[in-house]
Design a binder for this molecule. Structure first.
Ligand code: PMP
Length: 402
């Protein structure tokens, strides 16, 4: 008998499984709208010019391959924290932000989960929006936290269930942790307005909840990294101590390089030092130290005025291409095809994804009949659409819902 004879086969990953089905499909019209990776106007993966230039700069200096410190490349983490919190952030200026490099956004969330499970004194319960990025649930469960949900999406209005959200946070036990998507909520594409963020901040303060921001799309939502950091900066300005996970997968297109950051705002530089020491103790047995190459690239971009400007321009370009696809798709469905249903949310939703409202059987029909792949919750990655496939996609949606 084999040692592993009792291991049951697990289900495929709901998102990565789609890419496999897509790869196996031989139809030339096929479209993959499942995975959240940016595609250019020709449907191809896109390496940013700022990244290419950073690569050449780096090659010219032929850096060694030594280990990074446990918490990563110090110049990079300094620049990346400034990008999130803003140059005028008080805790940043006071040296009161504990920061570590992480294995992209996923790793940042996992470090945060493990740190909170070990050191957060008030509660081991974390509230996640319903729905949320599927991986949030196992990340926090495996970190040792108890996962609960708060209402977020209203199927009827295809928008934010703001009253439900406030009610659920108001009813949460005092001191519980709340995960917030800083911008470009995945999978819904629905974000609170600035006024709603201010109210959420007040509810969280009054219930003494602990805000944990996941910012995987800074710059991708609006095209401006400053605009997209509004919620994070508002909370910090209003006296919250926060946890923050950042990812450079999407906004620098560094997916496979695994470049991210985890940070906690603390009271002062002395407290930060103590927190830093415990972050190291959490990280060392997980993976010892983070990957070098991507951090060097991101650092070269964030630390060089010319590359930084070029990068900001490219982030804006990616966001604008996505926004233009939203408008085109909305126009096709509403004006040209007169597809049944209300499609205004395609235009109003924010970021890489759109929650179309299509039912699982319609999504299945799209894959089987039209070779169009998306997750069964009806989420599409807008970045997978372009001038050559958007008409075919709209016609396929039209056929699936009629
Ligand atoms: N959070 C959210 C909401 C995401 O959508 C993603 C990527 N799909 C991540 C975190 C983390 O991605 P990565 O580990 O590639 O940075």
């Amino acid at each position: 008998l084999s040692t592993w004879s009792a291991v049951p086969a697990g289900p495929p990953d709901p998102i990565l499984g789609i890419t496999e089905a897509f790869k196996a499909d031989k139809d030339p019209r096929k479209i993959n709208l499942g995975v959240g990776a940016y595609r250019d106007e020709n449907g191809k993966p896109y390496v940013l010019n700022a990244v290419k230039k950073a690569e050449s700069l780096l090659t010219a200096t032929s850096p060694d391959k030594e280990y990074l410190p446990i918490t990563g490349l110090p110049e990079f983490t300094k620049h990346a924290a400034k990008l999130a919190y803003g140059a005028d952030s008080v805790p940043l200026k006071e040296g009161a932000i504990a920061v570590t490099q992480s294995i992209s956004g996923t790793g940042a969330l996992r470090i945060g989960g493990a740190f909170l499970a070990r050191h957060y004194p008030h509660s081991k319960i974390i509230y996640l929006p319903v729905p949320t990025w599927g991986n949030h649930i196992p990340i926090f469960k495996d970190s040792g936290l108890e996962v609960r949900g708060y209402r977020y999406f209203d199927k009827k209005s295809v928008g934010l269930d703001f009253e439900g959200l406030k009610e659920d946070l108001n009813n949460a036990p005092e001191g519980a942790i709340v995960l917030l998507h800083a911008c470009a909520h995945n999978p819904t594409g629905v974000d609170p307005t600035h006024a709603q963020w201010a109210e959420i901040s007040d509810v969280i303060a009054s219930k003494k909840l602990f805000p944990f921001f996941d910012m995987a799309y800074q710059g991708f939502a609006s095209g401006s990294t400053t605009h997209d950091a509004f919620a994070v900066r508002h909370f910090v300005k209003h006296g919250h101590q926060i946890a923050l996970a950042q990812s450079f997968a999407k906004n620098m297109g560094l997916y496979g390089e695994r470049v991210g950051l985890f940070s906690l705002t603390t009271k002062d530089a002395e407290e930060k030092k103590r927190v830093d020491s415990q972050l190291k103790i959490v990280i060392r047995p997980m993976y010892s130290n983070p990957p070098l190459h991507g951090a060097l690239l991101a650092n070269a971009i964030l630390g060089n005025e010319e590359l930084y400007q070029e990068w900001e321009g490219e982030v804006k370009g990616m966001a604008e291409r996505i926004i233009s696809m939203r408008e085109r798709l909305y126009g096709l469905l509403t004006n040209e095809l007169k597809t049944p249903g209300e499609w205004g949310h395609i235009k109003s939703q924010i970021g890489m994804f759109s929650f179309t409202g299509m039912k699982p059987e319609q999504c299945k029909a799209l894959a089987e009949k039209a070779h169009v792949y998306l997750t069964m919750d009806g989420r599409i990655s807008m970045a997978g659409l372009n001038g050559s496939n958007v008409e075919y996609f709209a016609a396929s949606v039209d056929a699936a819902v009629k």
